[in-house]
Write a protein that binds this ligand. Structure first.
Ligand SMILES: Cc1cc2nc3c(=O)[nH]c(=O)nc-3n(C[C@H](O)[C@H](O)[C@H](O)COP(=O)(O)OP(=O)(O)OC[C@H]3O[C@@H](n4cnc5c(N)ncnc54)[C@H](O)[C@@H]3O)c2cc1C
Ligand code: FES
Length: 351
């Protein structure tokens, strides 16, 4: 233990940086062990469980470069698939403040990363991590009555909130409504049944079994959850989020699926120049991220839906439209999310 701490201190010193040159110490230490990096957050998979037919739960041991998360936040996880680094957002399901991370990945048939992790994840595998982000979190002063609602793999951030509340012996009232296709696809079923001080209600949207609630979320399900909650949190498919917000417009929500773009994206015919490379294309109406990828560039990206900001690039010249908000940005030298921005005429992007 002492040797490990001493080694970390030595590796963290600026003298080592000086001696290891432009690549930094990480490029050398990772040759000894892939998670032995000072600046790059990485984690090793230490266990893999497939507790439902369409999900996989991974326990990850992050290195010291990972700085933790608040219950409900997401992290960007990267894996190398066929020699290319792929990044997607996942919300840890464990309570905050723990050394190990737990992520549960729902299988999307045809989905690149979820299929890969579902089929290939194994102990010893190393994944990249980025720092935690997101506003889907409980307030520091906990409300007295909390209603948590999730659908499918949207259970993960809510599970983290539940486990965190449980760990801090939250004394208020918490009700959790979870929708799964069927009983066998309901993640964390047994743990939830044993969780003290939480009222859990299950709804099955496709299974033949009767859950605690019939059909989809509506006023009746809200009533079944008991007295009017002070705070409502929902994470799941956009239809579930919309149904909850119809009853409780103040609900705090997160969805894992891309929002519908409000703005039509006809090709502007403008010229898109990717400064920093010699590439330039004629706008075909798709988000700039897709146009850059089609042109052979490999910009950083995560959620590809305007949430995580990992695709943010500087627009040096021209006008773009944000497909989610419809906002038009004309300022030069502005940072834009290229996964949800389309050109309006000629643009120059620092990429
Ligand atoms: C903030 C945030 C937190 C997230 N947390 C989790 C989590 O804890 N667990 C989890 O399993 N997933 C989570 N996701 C979703 C995850 O990031 C990926 O979108 C999902 O794993 C699918 O990626 P893929 O590479 O398999 O699919 P892709 O190859 O990216 O897409 C394949 C196809 O599936 C569609 N698709 C993509 N994502 C979804 C989706 N979520 N639902 C339905 N269709 C989709 C695409 O439109 C496309 O047609 C989260 C997403 C966000 C934005
Ligand atoms: S990739 Fe996440 S905001 Fe663009």
């Amino acid at each position: 233990m002492f040797t490990q701490t001493l080694t970390r201190r030595v590796l963290g010193s600026s003298l080592v940086d000086l001696l290891t040159g432009p690549h930094g110490v990480d490029r050398y230490t990772e040759l000894v062990s892939p998670t032995w990096t000072r600046n790059d957050a990485r984690a090793q998979v230490i266990s893999v469980q497939r507790t439902t037919p369409r999900s996989v739960t991974l326990v990850l041991e992050p290195n010291d470069a990972f700085q933790g998360f608040t219950a409900g936040q997401h992290i960007q996880l990267s894996v190398d698939i066929n020699g290319r680094r792929r990044t997607r957002c996942y919300s840890p399901a464990n309570a905050e403040g723990q050394r190990l991370l737990e992520i549960t990945v729902g299988l999307h048939e045809g989905g690149l990363v979820s299929e890969y992790l579902y089929r290939q994840a194994r102990p010893g595998m190393v994944v990249g991590l980025d720092k935690a982000a997101g506003d889907f979190v409980l307030p520091a002063i906990r409300p007295r009555r909390i209603l948590l609602i999730s659908g499918g793999s949207g259970i993960t951030p809510v599970m983290s909130m539940l486990r965190t509340l449980n760990a801090e012996r939250y004394a208020g009232r918490v009700t959790f409504i979870h929708y799964a296709r069927s009983r066998e696809e309901a993640c964390y079923y047994d743990e939830l049944a044993a969780m003290p001080r939480v009222q859990v209600l299950h709804g099955y949207t496709r299974g033949i079994e009767a859950g605690d609630l019939k059909g989809h979320f509506g006023a009746e399900h809200l009533r079944a959850a008991g007295p009017d909650p002070d705070a409502v949190y929902v994470c799941g498919p956009t239809a579930l989020v919309a149904a909850v917000r119809e009853q409780r417009p103040d609900a705090i929500s997160e969805s894992f699926v891309p929002p519908e773009f409000v703005t039509p994206a006809d090709p502007s015919g403008g010229r898109v120049t990717f400064r920093g490379s010699t590439v330039s294309v004629v706008d075909d109406g798709r988000p700039l991220l897709e146009q850059a990828e089609a042109a052979g560039l490999t910009p950083a990206s995560g959620c590809r839906m305007g949430i995580c900001h990992s695709c943010t690039c500087r627009k040096t010249v021209g006008t773009v439209r944000n497909l989610i908000t419809g906002a038009v940005s004309t300022d030069e030298g502005e940072d834009i999310q290229i996964c949800v921005s389309v050109p309006v005429g000629d643009v120059e992007i620092d990429l």
